[in-house]
Design a protein around this ligand. Structure first.
Ligand code: AMP
Length: 191
């Protein structure tokens, strides 16, 4: 099995690269952001509750996203592996993910972090906002807060995987193809 945590700040290109990676390695893509936006579109109670946090660029409570991941893992028992995109975003989520995988005799193979300069992140998010219509990509204050929340609450997840010798950093600047090439090279070394 190949289980990848695709890590990086908002706008680092995780969603774009995950789409390429699932095709190449035949993996199931689990994006907590996408799942939450689906819940929101369906106007489910979970989606409406999550909206309060998403609109401000804050994190949705750990137990909510951990529960969502558990459901998705159970729904895909025959998967060759998973790409976790936008999850885990806190050390508590990382610990919970290990526990969930352990129960199924699975584990994370590698955590790859896309490194992108802040100026480029803001440029990519604003550009995406114009196309996707995502409210959290169109407001400069929300974008700034998401990057602040990333630095404060999410970046420490690197230490968690570093301690397990699973952390790898990849340069996330350049073209989509260049970055994809770097990711594949890094993943192929541990596969
Ligand atoms: P994303 O699409 O990954 O940028 O996520 C969009 C928003 O969904 C984030 O700003 C958070 O409000 C929420 N979200 C997504 N994934 C998580 C997570 N793992 N933990 C907490 N909140 C999350």
């Amino acid at each position: 099995m190949l289980n990848i945590v695709l890590f990086g700040p908002p706008g680092a290109g995780k969603g774009t690269q995950a789409a390429n990676l699932i095709e190449k390695y035949q993996l199931v893509h689990l994006s907590t952001g996408d799942i939450l936006r689906g819940e929101l579109a369906a106007k489910s109670p979970l989606g409406l509750e999550a909206k309060k946090f998403m609109d401000k660029g804050e994190l949705v409570p750990d137990e909510v996203v951990i529960g969502m991941i558990e459901v998705k893992l159970d729904q895909n028992p025959a998967a060759k592996g998973f790409i976790f995109d936008g999850f885990p975003r806190t050390k508590a989520q990382a610990g919970a993910l290990d526990k969930l995988l352990d129960k199924k005799n699975k584990s994370i193979t590698i955590m790859v972090a896309l490194e992108v300069e802040k100026q480029e992140l803001v440029k990519r998010l604003m550009g995406r906002g114009k196309i996707s219509g995502r409210a959290d990509d169109q407001d400069m204050n929300v974008i700034e807060n998401r990057i602040t929340v990333y630095n404060r609450e999410t970046a420490p997840v690197i230490d968690y995987y570093n301690a397990q010798k699973k952390f790898q950093s990849v340069d996330g600047m350049g073209t989509i193809e260049e970055i994809f090439g770097r990711l594949c090279k890094t993943i192929d070394k541990v596969k």
